[in-house]
Ligand binder design. Structure first.
Ligand code: PLP
Length: 404
């Protein structure tokens, strides 16, 4: 383009409404485990576009599928049948044991779809009074008005009151707190099986099973948000498969399309019969390009050993990180936790940002800080031991430099 990095920054600052704090980094190209700046300098990517590039940056099979699809058809209106939609629907339902899928464009939209489905389900089943969805404190479900309200964090609600009605918040991993706010107006419970933005917190077995039992007892829907932790992230295709607890519906997005926007609501049983022609829709959802990429991404996950690698490398990461932290920084860290390759270090410090900044500047390693003081590691699921060692060394050195 003949433009310098500074030219790009100037244009962004002048013309963009900025809703993110930026790294001082131009992401020009990416391949596998690495992102490259304008000089071709590699940065080890433990961010994966926030848990999106699970199959690796620009996975060759996914790139090939995109090129092939672009030669056929990119977009169509929603009435004709398309081959990628049909193939992806079969793959999703068969692999996760759901009956039906409805396509959306993002995580927020997929959760919005679940919320609408739950309200209609209640009406269809003789309970027009039921409209409340119980969600968890510290959760994250999206940025649309309904999903930001579903999100149990004041920081996300702030500035946007009055919020839509119909949401109540319980304590994550505390079944009694869900029971305490349950009444005849509740139509569904929505939770992440592992809270991602809320600081990498896996649900307990008792909690998810307890929610399932409670929903069965009340005749209401159990809905999981698998947007961040689906697509192989936790060492299973879907996080809830680690628990053997089946939801009535679950949402997917992020890694589903390897970076091309696509979300989905999966449903089973009676819940899968709820939304019918005319009750919901979207211009772009289920477009041929996104569906073709998602179908190939799922193939890579299942057939190329990526999910198994996620489980193994997650264990390796936590074992090695434990050793280094116990030896060198025992007082700086409160807890190391995770499932598969979504891992977090809860610090005994107000923020993890200084570590993120030093990893970036000194070691060219991209990691992230979430929920104030939790370092989050969500690499592509193709990561190997050597790359994990580089990141652990970077975190170790950053903490040492900070005097932690
Ligand atoms: N749900 C969860 C668990 C998420 O982590 C996110 C995004 O971080 C969302 C929903 C929202 O997804 P999107 O940004 O695609 O709308």
């Amino acid at each position: 383009t003949g433009l310098t990095f500074q030219d790009i920054k100037d244009k962004v600052n002048k013309y963009m409404i900025e809703t993110y704090e930026r790294f001082d980094f131009l992401a020009e190209t990416a391949e596998g485990m690495y992102m490259y700046d304008e000089n071709g300098t590699p940065y080890l990517d433990f961010y994966a576009g926030i848990a999106v590039n699970n199959a690796g940056n620009r996975n060759p099979k996914v790139v090939a599928a995109a090129k092939e699809q672009l030669d056929d058809i990119m977009h169509t209106f929603n009435y004709p049948y398309t081959i990628p939609q049909a193939l992806l629907a079969e793959k999703v339902c068969e692999t996760i044991g759901m009956d039906k899928v409805m396509y959306q464009n993002s995580g927020a939209e997929a959760n919005e779809g679940q919320i609408k489905l739950a309200r209609k389900y209640a009406k269809d089943h003789g309970h027009p009074e039921r409209f409340v969805v119980i969600t968890m404190k510290n959760s994250f479900h999206g940025r649309t008005l309904a999903t930001c309200t579903a999100t149990g964090q004041y920081a996300v609600h702030r500035y946007f009151e009055p919020l839509p009605s119909g949401f109540r918040y319980a304590e994550f991993n505390n079944l009694q707190s869900v029971k305490d706010i349950m009444d005849e107006y509740v139509c569904a419970i929505l939770t992440e099986p592992v809270q991602g933005e809320g600081g990498v917190r896996p649900a307990s077995q008792e909690f998810l099973q307890g929610l399932r039992d409670l929903c069965d007892e009340k005749g209401i829907l159990l809905m999981f948000d698998e947007v961040q932790v689906g697509s192989g992230r936790t060492g299973k295709l879907f996080a809830h498969q680690n628990y053997g607890v089946e939801p009535d519906t679950c949402s997917m997005a992020k890694a589903l399309g390897s970076g091309v926007p696509i979300g989905a609501v999966c449903a089973r049983g009676e819940a899968a019969k709820t939304l019918t022609p005319g009750t919901h829709g979207s211009t772009f959802a289920g477009g041929p390009l996104a569906c073709a990429l998602a179908a190939t991404t799922l193939d890579v996950m299942i057939n190329d050993g990526v999910i198994e690698n996620s489980r193994k490398m997650g264990e390796y990461f936590r074992d090695q990180m434990h050793k280094v932290i116990e030896k060198n920084h025992p007082d700086a860290v409160n807890e190391i936790r995770g499932l598969g390759l979504i891992d977090g270090i809860q610090l005994n410090k107000p923020s993890g940002q200084p570590v993120v900044d030093l990893c970036f500047k000194d070691s060219k390693v991209l990691i992230n800080n979430t929920n104030g003081n939790v370092l989050r590691f969500v690499p592509p699921l193709i990561v190997n031991e050597e790359e994990i060692d580089i990141v652990i060394k970077a975190v170790d050195e950053a903490m040492t430099k900070l005097g932690w």
